[in-house]
Design a protein. Sequence first.
Length: 280
Amino acid sequence: MRTLFWILLLGNVILFALMQRGGLIWGEPGYQAQPALHAEKIRLLDLSPGVPADQAQAQISKAAPEKPVVTAVVPSDPEPILPAAKTATSLPAARPEPAEKPAAPANKPLPAVSQVPVAHKQAEPVCLEWGDFSGDDLKRAMEVLSALKLGEKLGQRQIEYDKGYWVYMPPQKNKADVNRKIAQLKARGVSEYFVIWEKGVFQYAISLGVFKTKEAAENHLRKLRTQDVRTARVGERNSKLKTTMFVLNKVDALTEGKLMEAKKDFPGSELKDVPCALTR
């Protein structure tokens, strides 16, 4: 039995050696050569029937070559391997970090909104009549209109009445008395007067103003009383009375407003709108 074992083992060794040298396996002529066996490491085991099993196991353990220890180095954080062609396009572009918002400024008072005047449509010029005036009122009204510098826009027309009222001082005895009264009037601030020199009932009388209505005449008399003119009186005048009406052609709203304000100093006067065709 022992002899048979050795014969079989030797035959296997010879057969294996022929296979390594000639590259020949039954039925497979193109078999590639296997790595050469190290003969010096081959050990023959004594497996005779009389050898105990534990001894045979020990021989097998000694005959087994030591397995090489392979140490694999594994990176702690391996990077993924990406195809070279897709590396530049497959990865999404990194989004830029949003810039920090600037801190909100402290509450500041809003600037005051300037009051811009709204442009209004220019009012059309108007035509007016103001009057009628006589005596002292006529002089004062002319001073007001002269200050407005109306130029060609200012005109006037005469109005004649069959009956009117006047404020006057009774006729004096002679020219000397007339001159004395005139001196007294000037001393009291009265500058508007007219002496009637014609013969008749009112010769040497001194007229202090002629008015269209009795009310206007009485108002003027009250004013003279404040100037210490005591002998003046109101009377009806039977002769024709001429007064003056001022005509204003196409004046603006500013001028109209000034005239309305001036009218307050002339209680008996009237300021009214008229068609511009009448002022030509």
